[in-house]
Design a protein. Structure first.
Length: 475
């Protein structure tokens, strides 16, 4: 079934219909299309465009379709072009040609733009809930390792010793930003295109503000052409999802490294690992690897949509049929990916002794020598050179920094006396970093407390939005 054809002398070619047909993927929009149809029915009735009796028949049929679509009793047929034509067919099957009355004052252009926004609002709120669960798992894991010392890294080389909780918790801070982006996105995207028609609105006496309110939108899109042609909301959502995917990929990369034989720090729980079909000893970090691998998919979906949009002229163009699959793919793959990553993180155990043993390797305490000299009034550039000289002597002799003799310390710098050795103790070096954002246990505890506060606020926001939106969809 198509929703057009009156001015055509022949039917559409089969090859063109197959190219044009979108119901096999845009059927995901069916619940949102039915909800927007209810809101549109209210406006048509309130403004006298349809009778009270017809409005009642439409409402009853739409609500029956909502149940049938949800239960799988009503589904598209091969001859249905898109979700809109399939659902109009369903209405006509229930109340005859009167079902076509729902089309008054709207076009598939504003209809699909509305449905697509509703779909994304629903699923971005759902994504925020999954991110909150992941953030909670990261925070709980970090709390276990506040007092444990490990090497921190730059360039994948030992840099300075840190509280290992600091290393873990950095991922929670990234997720806080992701949730913040979803909040900002919702504030910009929560506007209704319904009532914009094909591009110019309608000469029928509609009140699109009413349908916007009934659908839970904050208002209407101010320009009817922009309403049907804008896909900024989809592109921005894909950017947010790609960024989330990158954050998950970084987690995956670290878990792959830390669980490797070479590191041997992390033990991934059996429930979140797989084996080899040929090597019985293998325990592979597949969840972490898939988190890393799927990032390319999320990035590709973003760039794909941007390429579709880059040369769009004027109002609606059929190119916009290509917008949805990118979004559906990113949404569904993120919702598939986040729960196992959450489980992997929640159940991973780290080897405290091995991490602590590795902490001073690679002369990671050399900066403490430079800082010690700075406290003696030595310019940092000069102190840096002296610390480097100490490292060089250690490399020649094959010893650690604290094993340098008193004379060797003085040779490196006249103000470098034996008391510097107290600065070369792991615990002292880590605890000495007392700035609010630094890697000492005391600082990390404050950071985790702040993360917990942010988590509570995000959870309240996400729950409220979920309840609000679910309430609007069920009306």
């Amino acid at each position: 079934m198509t929703l057009w054809g009156g001015r055509f002398n022949s039917g559409i070619d089969d090859a063109v219909f197959n190219l044009s047909r979108s119901v096999h993927f845009d059927w995901r929009l069916a619940p949102y299309d039915l909800r927007s149809s209810l809101a549109h029915t209210e406006v048509l009735e309130k403004n006298g465009i349809i009778t009270v009796d017809l409005a009642a028949q439409l409402r009853k049929a739409i609500k029956q379709l909502q149940v049938e679509v949800k239960n799988g009793f009503f589904a598209p047929l091969p001859e249905d072009e898109d979700v809109h034509s399939a659902l109009e067919r369903g209405l006509k099957e229930k109340i005859g040609d009167l079902g076509g009355a729902i089309r008054a004052g709207r076009s598939r252009n504003d209809q699909v733009a509305t449905d697509f926004r509703l779909y994304l609002i629903d699923h971005m709120i759902e994504l925020s809930g999954e991110l909150i669960k992941l953030e909670e798992a990261i925070i709980k894991l970090a709390q276990e390792y506040v007092e444990d010392i490990a090497p921190g890294f730059t360039h994948l080389q030992h840099a300075q010793p840190i509280s290992f909780a600091h290393e873990i918790a950095k991922h929670a801070h990234a997720l806080v930003r992701d949730i913040s982006r979803i909040k900002d996105w919702l504030a910009r995207s929560n506007f209704s295109p319904l009532g914009a028609g094909a591009l110019a609105g309608s000469s029928l006496p509609l009140t699109p503000e009413e349908s916007a309110k009934n659908l839970g939108f904050a208002g209407i899109v101010a320009n009817s052409i922009d309403a049907v042609s804008d896909r900024d909301f989809a592109a921005e959502a894909l950017f947010i999802m790609a960024t989330i995917g990158i954050h998950l990929s970084r987690i995956g990369e670290e878990w792959c490294l830390l669980s490797s034989t070479e590191f041997g720090w992390a033990e991934i729980d059996d429930a979140f690992a797989t084996g080899s079909s040929i090597m019985p000893q293998k325990k592979n970090p597949d969840v972490a690897e898939l988190a890393r691998g799927k990032a390319g998919r999320f990035i590709g979906n973003l760039t794909g949509l941007l390429a579709v949009l880059k040369g769009m002229p004027f109002a609606y163009n059929r190119d916009l049929q290509e917008d949805k699959e990118y979004v559906f793919d990113s949404v569904e793959n993120l919702l598939l990916l986040i729960p196992p990553v959450t489980g992997m993180i929640a159940t991973t155990k780290f080897n405290r002794a091995k991490m602590k043993t590795a902490a001073p390797l690679g002369f990671s305490l050399a900066t403490e020598i430079a800082d010690y000299l700075v406290k003696q009034g030595v310019p940092f550039s000069e102190a840096h050179e002296a610390a480097g000289a100490c490292v060089k002597m250690c490399e020649v002799r094959g010893i650690a920094l604290h094993e340098l003799s008193d004379q060797e310390l003085l040779n490196a710098h006249p103000k470098l006396n034996p008391s510097v050795r107290s600065a070369l103790e792991l615990e002292g070096a880590v605890k000495g970093r007392t700035a609010k954002n630094s890697a000492s246990p005391a600082s990390v505890k404050i950071q985790i407390s702040n993360l917990e506060d942010a988590l509570k606020k995000d959870l309240a926001w996400s729950s409220n939005e979920r309840e609000r939106f679910s309430g609007m969809m069920s009306q």
